[in-house]
Design a protein around this ligand. Structure first.
Ligand code: FES
Length: 260
Protein backbone atom coordinates (compact mmCIF):
# COMPACT_ATOMS: atom_id res chain seq x y z
CA UNK A 1 0.00 0.00 0.00
CA UNK A 2 1.28 3.47 -0.80
CA UNK A 3 1.77 6.34 1.61
CA UNK A 4 -1.37 8.33 2.33
CA UNK A 5 -2.05 11.20 -0.04
CA UNK A 6 -3.83 14.43 0.63
CA UNK A 7 -6.94 15.08 -1.46
CA UNK A 8 -7.95 18.49 -2.83
CA UNK A 9 -10.19 19.03 0.20
CA UNK A 10 -7.29 18.33 2.57
CA UNK A 11 -8.62 14.87 3.49
CA UNK A 12 -6.07 12.06 3.70
CA UNK A 13 -6.83 9.21 1.30
CA UNK A 14 -5.19 5.81 0.82
CA UNK A 15 -4.39 4.43 -2.61
CA UNK A 16 -4.24 0.65 -2.80
CA UNK A 17 -1.94 -0.51 -5.55
CA UNK A 18 -1.53 -3.99 -7.00
CA UNK A 19 -3.87 -6.64 -8.40
CA UNK A 20 -7.59 -6.66 -7.56
CA UNK A 21 -8.16 -8.55 -4.28
CA UNK A 22 -9.95 -11.45 -5.96
CA UNK A 23 -7.39 -11.87 -8.75
CA UNK A 24 -4.63 -14.39 -8.16
CA UNK A 25 -1.17 -12.91 -8.20
CA UNK A 26 0.88 -12.80 -11.35
CA UNK A 27 0.83 -16.21 -13.05
CA UNK A 28 2.13 -18.08 -10.01
CA UNK A 29 0.47 -21.48 -9.64
CA UNK A 30 1.99 -24.47 -7.87
CA UNK A 31 2.92 -27.17 -10.36
CA UNK A 32 2.57 -24.96 -13.43
CA UNK A 33 4.93 -26.00 -16.24
CA UNK A 34 8.05 -23.89 -16.42
CA UNK A 35 9.04 -25.12 -19.87
CA UNK A 36 7.68 -27.38 -22.62
CA UNK A 37 8.96 -30.78 -23.66
CA UNK A 38 10.69 -30.85 -27.07
CA UNK A 39 7.59 -32.50 -28.60
CA UNK A 40 5.19 -29.86 -27.30
CA UNK A 41 7.60 -27.07 -28.20
CA UNK A 42 7.90 -28.37 -31.77
CA UNK A 43 4.13 -28.71 -32.18
CA UNK A 44 3.45 -25.23 -30.82
CA UNK A 45 6.14 -23.74 -33.04
CA UNK A 46 4.34 -25.04 -36.14
CA UNK A 47 1.11 -23.34 -35.07
CA UNK A 48 2.93 -20.20 -33.95
CA UNK A 49 4.67 -19.89 -37.31
CA UNK A 50 1.34 -19.97 -39.13
CA UNK A 51 -0.15 -17.33 -36.82
CA UNK A 52 2.86 -15.01 -36.85
CA UNK A 53 2.98 -15.15 -40.65
CA UNK A 54 -0.31 -13.24 -40.80
CA UNK A 55 1.14 -10.09 -39.31
CA UNK A 56 3.55 -7.59 -40.89
CA UNK A 57 5.08 -7.00 -37.46
CA UNK A 58 5.46 -10.24 -35.56
CA UNK A 59 4.92 -8.73 -32.12
CA UNK A 60 1.33 -8.05 -33.24
CA UNK A 61 0.74 -11.81 -32.94
CA UNK A 62 1.02 -11.73 -29.16
CA UNK A 63 -2.72 -11.91 -28.40
CA UNK A 64 -3.37 -15.00 -30.58
CA UNK A 65 -0.19 -16.66 -29.30
CA UNK A 66 -1.41 -16.22 -25.73
CA UNK A 67 -4.59 -18.05 -26.72
CA UNK A 68 -2.44 -20.75 -28.34
CA UNK A 69 -0.48 -21.48 -25.17
CA UNK A 70 -3.70 -21.25 -23.16
CA UNK A 71 -5.00 -24.03 -25.40
CA UNK A 72 -2.00 -26.08 -24.33
CA UNK A 73 -2.26 -25.55 -20.56
CA UNK A 74 -5.82 -24.23 -20.05
CA UNK A 75 -4.27 -21.11 -18.52
CA UNK A 76 -1.19 -18.95 -18.89
CA UNK A 77 1.81 -20.63 -17.36
CA UNK A 78 5.47 -19.61 -17.11
CA UNK A 79 6.15 -22.07 -19.95
CA UNK A 80 3.49 -20.45 -22.13
CA UNK A 81 4.62 -16.89 -21.43
CA UNK A 82 8.22 -17.85 -22.09
CA UNK A 83 7.22 -19.50 -25.38
CA UNK A 84 5.42 -16.33 -26.54
CA UNK A 85 8.41 -14.17 -25.70
CA UNK A 86 10.79 -16.50 -27.53
CA UNK A 87 8.68 -16.58 -30.68
CA UNK A 88 8.13 -12.83 -30.82
CA UNK A 89 11.40 -11.45 -29.49
CA UNK A 90 9.68 -9.89 -26.48
CA UNK A 91 10.81 -9.73 -22.88
CA UNK A 92 8.95 -11.56 -20.13
CA UNK A 93 7.85 -8.19 -18.76
CA UNK A 94 6.37 -7.18 -22.12
CA UNK A 95 4.48 -10.46 -22.46
CA UNK A 96 3.10 -10.49 -18.94
CA UNK A 97 2.14 -6.79 -19.13
CA UNK A 98 -0.17 -7.60 -22.03
CA UNK A 99 -1.33 -10.95 -20.66
CA UNK A 100 -2.33 -9.50 -17.31
CA UNK A 101 -4.41 -6.74 -18.91
CA UNK A 102 -7.05 -8.91 -20.59
CA UNK A 103 -9.57 -10.95 -18.64
CA UNK A 104 -9.89 -13.66 -21.31
CA UNK A 105 -6.44 -14.92 -20.33
CA UNK A 106 -6.71 -17.24 -17.39
CA UNK A 107 -4.34 -17.32 -14.42
CA UNK A 108 -5.27 -20.72 -13.07
CA UNK A 109 -6.22 -24.16 -14.42
CA UNK A 110 -9.54 -24.01 -16.25
CA UNK A 111 -12.16 -26.72 -16.55
CA UNK A 112 -13.59 -28.03 -19.82
CA UNK A 113 -16.28 -25.39 -19.63
CA UNK A 114 -15.72 -21.86 -18.40
CA UNK A 115 -19.13 -20.72 -17.21
CA UNK A 116 -19.30 -16.95 -16.97
CA UNK A 117 -22.27 -15.33 -15.30
CA UNK A 118 -22.71 -11.66 -16.11
CA UNK A 119 -23.26 -9.75 -12.88
CA UNK A 120 -22.83 -6.31 -14.38
CA UNK A 121 -25.59 -3.77 -13.80
CA UNK A 122 -28.36 -4.77 -16.19
CA UNK A 123 -27.87 -8.52 -15.89
CA UNK A 124 -27.61 -8.18 -12.11
CA UNK A 125 -30.97 -6.45 -11.76
CA UNK A 126 -32.54 -8.90 -14.22
CA UNK A 127 -31.38 -11.87 -12.14
CA UNK A 128 -27.64 -12.32 -12.79
CA UNK A 129 -26.75 -12.16 -9.11
CA UNK A 130 -29.39 -14.77 -8.30
CA UNK A 131 -28.07 -17.03 -11.07
CA UNK A 132 -24.51 -16.70 -9.82
CA UNK A 133 -25.51 -17.48 -6.23
CA UNK A 134 -27.57 -20.42 -7.39
CA UNK A 135 -24.68 -21.89 -9.42
CA UNK A 136 -22.24 -21.46 -6.57
CA UNK A 137 -24.53 -23.43 -4.31
CA UNK A 138 -25.42 -26.03 -6.96
CA UNK A 139 -21.80 -26.67 -7.97
CA UNK A 140 -20.34 -26.25 -4.49
CA UNK A 141 -17.65 -23.87 -5.71
CA UNK A 142 -16.93 -20.16 -5.49
CA UNK A 143 -15.91 -17.56 -8.00
CA UNK A 144 -13.03 -18.67 -10.24
CA UNK A 145 -13.08 -22.18 -8.85
CA UNK A 146 -13.40 -25.48 -10.70
CA UNK A 147 -15.49 -28.52 -9.86
CA UNK A 148 -13.53 -31.53 -8.61
CA UNK A 149 -14.24 -33.44 -11.84
CA UNK A 150 -12.57 -30.65 -13.84
CA UNK A 151 -15.66 -30.04 -15.94
CA UNK A 152 -16.80 -26.55 -14.93
CA UNK A 153 -15.02 -23.38 -13.87
CA UNK A 154 -17.40 -20.74 -12.56
CA UNK A 155 -16.66 -17.07 -12.92
CA UNK A 156 -18.60 -13.86 -12.60
CA UNK A 157 -17.94 -11.65 -15.58
CA UNK A 158 -18.57 -8.11 -16.63
CA UNK A 159 -20.89 -6.85 -19.37
CA UNK A 160 -20.80 -8.96 -22.50
CA UNK A 161 -22.53 -6.39 -24.69
CA UNK A 162 -25.60 -8.61 -24.69
CA UNK A 163 -27.67 -6.55 -22.26
CA UNK A 164 -30.74 -6.85 -24.50
CA UNK A 165 -30.76 -10.58 -23.69
CA UNK A 166 -30.14 -10.13 -19.94
CA UNK A 167 -29.42 -12.00 -17.86
CA UNK A 168 -26.82 -13.82 -19.92
CA UNK A 169 -24.47 -16.69 -19.17
CA UNK A 170 -21.51 -17.47 -21.40
CA UNK A 171 -19.99 -20.90 -21.74
CA UNK A 172 -16.58 -20.83 -23.40
CA UNK A 173 -17.65 -17.42 -24.73
CA UNK A 174 -20.85 -18.63 -26.42
CA UNK A 175 -24.09 -16.97 -25.37
CA UNK A 176 -26.93 -18.45 -23.35
CA UNK A 177 -29.51 -15.67 -23.28
CA UNK A 178 -32.37 -14.84 -20.92
CA UNK A 179 -31.28 -17.25 -18.24
CA UNK A 180 -32.91 -18.06 -14.91
CA UNK A 181 -31.42 -19.87 -11.90
CA UNK A 182 -33.27 -23.03 -13.02
CA UNK A 183 -32.13 -22.87 -16.64
CA UNK A 184 -28.55 -22.11 -15.57
CA UNK A 185 -28.52 -25.12 -13.24
CA UNK A 186 -29.83 -27.30 -16.10
CA UNK A 187 -27.11 -25.86 -18.30
CA UNK A 188 -24.23 -26.76 -15.98
CA UNK A 189 -25.77 -30.20 -15.39
CA UNK A 190 -25.72 -30.77 -19.17
CA UNK A 191 -22.06 -29.75 -19.28
CA UNK A 192 -21.11 -32.07 -16.44
CA UNK A 193 -23.02 -34.93 -18.05
CA UNK A 194 -20.98 -34.47 -21.25
CA UNK A 195 -24.06 -33.46 -23.23
CA UNK A 196 -23.65 -29.70 -23.50
CA UNK A 197 -26.75 -27.68 -24.27
CA UNK A 198 -26.80 -25.65 -27.49
CA UNK A 199 -26.04 -21.93 -27.15
CA UNK A 200 -28.85 -19.50 -27.88
CA UNK A 201 -26.57 -17.78 -30.37
CA UNK A 202 -23.20 -18.95 -31.65
CA UNK A 203 -21.67 -22.24 -32.64
CA UNK A 204 -22.04 -25.54 -30.75
CA UNK A 205 -19.82 -25.74 -27.69
CA UNK A 206 -16.40 -27.30 -27.65
CA UNK A 207 -14.14 -27.65 -24.63
CA UNK A 208 -12.17 -24.69 -23.34
CA UNK A 209 -8.83 -25.71 -24.82
CA UNK A 210 -10.37 -26.11 -28.27
CA UNK A 211 -12.06 -22.75 -27.88
CA UNK A 212 -8.67 -21.25 -27.10
CA UNK A 213 -7.22 -22.72 -30.30
CA UNK A 214 -10.05 -21.17 -32.29
CA UNK A 215 -9.43 -17.83 -30.60
CA UNK A 216 -5.78 -18.17 -31.58
CA UNK A 217 -7.01 -18.07 -35.18
CA UNK A 218 -6.63 -21.77 -35.97
CA UNK A 219 -9.40 -23.47 -37.98
CA UNK A 220 -12.88 -23.61 -36.48
CA UNK A 221 -14.35 -26.93 -37.58
CA UNK A 222 -17.71 -26.41 -35.93
CA UNK A 223 -20.71 -26.37 -38.25
CA UNK A 224 -21.91 -22.90 -39.15
CA UNK A 225 -25.69 -23.04 -39.11
CA UNK A 226 -26.13 -19.31 -39.38
CA UNK A 227 -26.59 -19.07 -35.64
CA UNK A 228 -24.57 -15.89 -35.24
CA UNK A 229 -25.66 -12.29 -35.74
CA UNK A 230 -28.12 -10.03 -34.00
CA UNK A 231 -31.26 -11.43 -32.42
CA UNK A 232 -34.80 -9.96 -32.36
CA UNK A 233 -34.20 -7.98 -29.16
CA UNK A 234 -31.17 -6.26 -30.66
CA UNK A 235 -33.08 -5.36 -33.81
CA UNK A 236 -36.30 -4.20 -32.09
CA UNK A 237 -35.43 -0.51 -32.36
CA UNK A 238 -34.59 -0.86 -36.04
CA UNK A 239 -37.89 -2.64 -36.68
CA UNK A 240 -39.89 0.11 -34.98
CA UNK A 241 -37.97 2.78 -36.88
CA UNK A 242 -38.72 1.10 -40.18
CA UNK A 243 -42.40 0.65 -39.35
CA UNK A 244 -42.68 4.35 -38.58
CA UNK A 245 -40.60 5.58 -41.48
CA UNK A 246 -38.02 7.05 -39.10
CA UNK A 247 -34.58 7.98 -40.32
CA UNK A 248 -31.46 9.31 -38.69
CA UNK A 249 -30.86 12.99 -39.52
CA UNK A 250 -28.24 13.80 -42.10
CA UNK A 251 -24.80 14.24 -40.59
CA UNK A 252 -23.70 17.90 -40.79
CA UNK A 253 -21.12 18.61 -43.47
CA UNK A 254 -17.66 19.24 -42.04
CA UNK A 255 -14.86 20.97 -43.92
CA UNK A 256 -12.38 18.50 -45.39
CA UNK A 257 -9.95 17.24 -42.78
CA UNK A 258 -12.10 18.03 -39.76
CA UNK A 259 -13.37 15.09 -37.77
CA UNK A 260 -11.08 12.61 -39.58
S1 FES B 1 -24.91 -6.20 -18.27
FE1 FES B 1 -24.83 -8.30 -18.78
S2 FES B 1 -24.47 -8.29 -20.91
FE2 FES B 1 -24.49 -6.19 -20.39
Amino acid sequence: MSEPNVSGSGERVFLRLGPPPEEPNQFVVDGAPQSYSPEVQARLEVDAKEIIGRYPNKRSALLPLLHLVQAQDSYLTPAGLEFCGQQLGLTGAEVSAVASFYTMYRRGPTGDYLVGVCTNTLCAVMGGDAIFDSLKEHLGIGNDETTADGSVTLQHIECNAACDFAPVVMVNWEFFDNQTPDSARDLVDSLRAGKPATPTRGAPLCVFRETSRILAGLPDERPDQGQGGAGPATLAGLRVAKENGMQAPEAPQTPTGEGD
